[in-house]
Write a protein that binds this ligand. Structure first.
Ligand code: ARG
Length: 492
């Protein structure tokens, strides 16, 4: 998914013929203006309407789509075997030129589709003009974008597995670390660190499922819809779909050229990943402060201050959090872009590429950094343990202890509330109150109560499926390890 250098973009008529693939023929003939038009395009209009500066990134999928289309045209007898080979050779040569930076993109040919087609005709002559039979740029651009997105989804999916693997890889080492779990940013209940790591794995797993689900709707052949109504030429769309590996063929030609829901859906999938990563970023930024002092971020992922020598700043995490904004913004752009567009193709739709390309580039860059950052961070065990008895993290377990003994939940809540108030007045944890005080508030207490007090006891007392109970977390770690191994075996 590399994009060729921008310096290769020609925007002046004078430099038009400097590229080896550009002929001297007037662009007006190969553009879409033949016949009806008697005037050329205003230079300012060309600059305003071009998309080559953005969609040149689609060059490889455009060529792939064109070769498949030409193959199909040969299969149905519209192209001879010889014509197909000329077209295929020409397209492959253009791809080489682009990849070796020898191709000059020209805004006079507006977009990637016409740049390539013009170069083809310049290279192989009139037969190149047969390639655009039974298609329009409207179904061509949709096909290119679907091919590109399919690949983009697979790449992000792989990165998500790497990130999950980074979390799972910490689970054994961090298994004995108990952290305060928070709600409303207030200390709530104790949890095993690995339980938190696996919470992220679950989130990224749903992100992966969303991508897979989205991919099935992306993986549909639009080509053959032509401009909007289909074509009278006897094409065989099943062949084209087969050549391009599409699972299905779009059943309505008007639908094909009018919709970008697959682009929006992908943009949303990327947004959800970014949102999950912004939670991680925010959490770890807090954890790395002196106030929390839960985690030490790898120094290679931090930056210093130009004026305060003592500082180690979590800039990478801050930027992961910050870049979420532009990914959300791109989704918003696409939502507004497509609102209220009448059927079928409208030029507005050309604006769909930049936001999605940007979301893809951003989320990929973020994921590339997230995995090693997760691997390299170190929990500050002493600092965490030293303050675990603050915040009455065992109060809920104490309430449940009473409930199991038959005390109604509301009563148990009130009893523990009074005990916590008493402990707060004395500035001690619940486990430091003498049994006598427990008795005074509720006479049903016996010495066993101390078996659930303290964070370790509280965690060990957990039982439910999916809870932070050590045996539950252990079971989940085993599940995730097998799953990650399996994923890597399949990805290989
Ligand atoms: N550059 C255009 C785009 O990306 C290609 C389709 C143009 N179609 C048209 N009817 N002008 O949307």
């Amino acid at each position: 998914m590399t994009s060729p250098q921008k310096s290769n973009l020609s925007s002046s008529a004078g430099s038009r013929s400097t590229g080896s693939s550009n002929s001297d023929s007037s662009p007006q003939e190969t553009k879409t203006r033949g016949g009806v038009f008697t005037e050329g395009t205003d230079r300012r209009v060309e600059l305003f309407t071009e998309s080559i500066s953005i969609d040149r990134r689609l060059y490889a999928v455009d060529i792939r789509g064109s070769i498949a289309h030409a193959q199909m045209l040969r299969d149905v007898g519209v192209l001879s075997e010889e014509e197909f080979h000329q077209i295929e050779e020409g397209l492959l040569e253009i791809r080489r030129q682009i990849e070796e930076n020898r191709f000059v993109f020209n805004i006079e040919y507006e977009d990637i589709h016409m740049n390539i087609e013009h170069a083809l005709i310049a290279m192989i002559g009139d037969v190149g003009g047969k390639l655009h039979t039974a298609r329009s740029r409207n179904d061509q651009v949709v096909t290119d974008f679907r091919l590109w997105i399919r690949e983009a989804i697979d790449r992000i999916d792989r990165r998500l597995v790497d990130l999950q693997a980074a979390f799972v890889g910490r689970c054994d080492d961090d298994f004995d670390v108990i952290l305060p779990g928070y709600t409303h940013m207030q200390r709530a209940q104790p949890v095993i660190a690995s339980h938190i790591w696996l919470a992220y794995c679950e989130k990224f797993e749903r992100d992966r499922q969303r991508l897979h689900d989205c991919r099935s709707r992306v993986n549909v052949l639009g080509l053959g819809a032509a401009a909007l109504a289909g074509t009278s030429i006897p094409i065989d769309r099943t062949k084209t779909a087969e050549y391009l590996g599409f699972e299905r063929i779009a059943a309505n030609s008007i639908d094909v050229s009018s919709d970008r829901d697959f682009v929006l859906e992908t943009a949303f999938c990327f947004t959800e990943i970014a949102l999950h990563l912004s939670t991680l970023a925010e959490e770890w930024i807090l954890w790395s402060t002196s106030e929390f002092n839960f985690i030490r971020l790898p120094q290679a992922f931090c930056t210093g201050s130009s004026i305060m020598p003592q500082k180690v700043n979590p800039d990478v995490l801050e930027l992961i959090r910050g870049k979420t904004a532009r990914i959300i913004g791109n989704l918003q752009t696409l939502l507004v872009l497509t609102k209220g567009l009448p059927l079928a193709y409208n030029r507005d739709l050309q604006e769909d590429k930049q936001p999605l390309f940007d979301s893809f580039d951003t989320i990929e860059a973020v994921l590339i950094l997230a995995a090693p950052l997760v691997e390299g961070a170190v929990l500050n065990r002493e600092s965490i343990a030293g303050r675990l008895d603050r915040g009455y993290l065992d109060a809920t377990i104490l309430m449940e202890y009473l409930i199991v003994k038959g005390v109604p939940q509301r009563t148990a809540h009130a009893i523990v509330g009074r005990l916590v108030r008493l402990a707060m007045e004395r500035d001690v944890p619940l486990a430091k109150l003498p049994l006598k005080e427990f008795h005074e508030i509720y006479e049903g207490f016996d010495y066993n109560v101390f078996s659930v007090l303290g964070t370790t006891n509280a965690v060990n007392a957990m039982k439910s499926y999916g809870s932070t109970a050590p045996n539950q977390v252990r079971m989940q770690i085993d599940h995730w390890k097998k799953k990650i191994d399996q994923e890597y075996r399949e990805l290989r």
